[in-house]
Design a protein around this ligand. Structure first.
Ligand SMILES: NC(=O)c1ccc[n+]([C@@H]2O[C@H](COP(=O)([O-])OP(=O)(O)OC[C@H]3O[C@@H](n4cnc5c(N)ncnc54)[C@H](O)[C@@H]3O)[C@@H](O)[C@H]2O)c1
Length: 367
């Protein structure tokens, strides 16, 4: 079976975990592979994916083979596959726009982005690179708040006729104007904002669903998250956070039985703790009322390595997107978006979204 050819914008921690994972599962088989939702999706295995183009703006990554760039600082995620072989794909200088927040300049260089001196790529150059490389799917892994930069890369993909998976919370698949552009061109898109394998969002949603099913009224809740990677550092600039907060909050609001008052729900990235590196800790509290209006509360602490947690889902999103390409299906892929993403164009419960995604994979659902 042909490899699925992907391009990546943003060779940060999430891209590192994904690329390590593609290599890691080469030495496994269906019976000893741990950490996957699916071994086989429409005939594609986790390792049937290859990176054919990559863009970044950090001087420690631009110009390097992608197999080396993934281990460069400020990436700090767990190295579970230290020997990713040379890909013969150089990370190309991208277009900076708002990908680099001013406040990032004030941190130690091992912690923050360092802008490359290479001239920035033009739109035409990126479109050409996407076309020449034979990329079929572009993955967007830019920092939160990269509104202009995300639109720039999405424009390039549309122009080059390349499908998209939007892993971060700038609204593209869930924005009707952008969605229409993908529909009109017949190009598939999955988005927005990846919902990690077993992260804060899926845990919070599952517990909210449990409250519903057991007849417990959820009165108040918070989800506080801390981490020490560049994603958390970037999010210290709160002006970049609006869409992330909306994405994370809506993911929970959409499954509670009765929509909560804004003051009663707080979900967000809360602080940057450098020594945590790529370890993310989530503190979750839910206050509710049981039988007879009697109060109860629940507290939970979840600790996960942030980036492999996202890669475990992206590895499936890529294969679902490829199935759409093979079937000639364009526009929004509603089922995979609702199962894999925090802010899909249409929210479903995770049980529904799971069922819909399995039906999509079997070809029983068009999108
Ligand atoms: N880890 C998760 O579970 C998870 C879940 C949902 C969403 N996300 C989102 O995925 C995105 C990527 O996360 P990450 O942890 O890999 O972040 P990261 O900070 O490690 O990586 C971002 C990369 O983008 C590069 N970059 C910045 N501006 C650029 C531009 N204009 N063009 C090309 N490259 C540029 C940076 O140099 C860096 O290498 C973030 O927006 C994050 O919020 C992550």
């Amino acid at each position: 079976m042909d490899k699925i050819r992907i391009a990546i914008a943003g060779i940060g921690n999430c891209a590192s975990s994904l690329i390590q994972g593609i290599e890691y599962y080469k030495s496994k088989d269906e019976n000893d592979a741990i950490g996957l939702m699916h071994w086989d999706i429409g005939g594609y295995k986790p390792f049937d994916i290859e990176v054919v183009a990559a863009f970044d703006i950090d001087k420690r990554k631009v110009g390097k083979d992608v197999s080396e760039a993934i281990y460069e600082l400020p990436n700090c995620t767990a190295v579970f596959c230290p020997d990713v072989p040379k890909a013969d794909v150089k990370v190309r200088m991208g277009c900076v726009l708002d990908g680099f927040s001013e406040h990032m300049n004030t941190y130690d260089e091992k912690r923050t982005f360092l802008l490359s001196d290479e001239p920035e790529a033009t739109k035409e150059e990126i479109i050409k690179e996407l076309r020449d490389s034979g990329a079929e799917i572009l993955l967007n892994y830019l920092p939160v708040g990269s509104e202009e930069a995300t639109r720039f890369y999405m424009d390039c993909a549309l122009e080059a006729g390349v499908a998209c998976i939007n892993n971060m919370p700038v609204f593209i698949a869930s924005d009707p104007t952008w969605a229409k552009r993908f529909e009109e061109k017949g190009i598939p898109i999955i988005g927005d904002d990846i919902k990690a394998q077993l992260g804060a969002t899926i845990t919070h949603r599952t517990l909210a669903d449990l409250f519903n099913k057991r007849g417990v009224r959820l009165d108040r809740t918070y989800q506080l998250n801390t981490g020490g990677n560049t994603d958390f550092l970037n999010m210290l600039n709160r002006s970049r956070l609006a869409s992330k907060k909306e994405s994370k909050t809506e993911a929970v609001q959409s499954v509670v039985a009765q929509r909560m008052d804004d003051d009663d729900i707080h979900v967000g990235p809360s602080d940057y703790v450098p020594w945590q590196n790529d370890n993310k800790v989530c503190f979750l509290r839910m206050e509710g009322r049981l039988f007879g209006d009697v109060p109860m509360n629940l507290e939970l602490r979840l600790s996960v390595e942030d980036s492999p947690n996202s890669a475990g889902v992206v590895i499936d999103a890529i294969r679902c997107c490829k199935l759409a390409l093979n079937r000639g299906t364009g526009g929004i892929l509603y089922s995979p978006s609702s199962y894999f993403m925090k802010h899909p164009p249409k929210q479903f419960t995770d049980d529904e979204a799971h069922k819909m995604t399995l039906e999509f994979i079997c070809g029983e659902r068009p999108n």
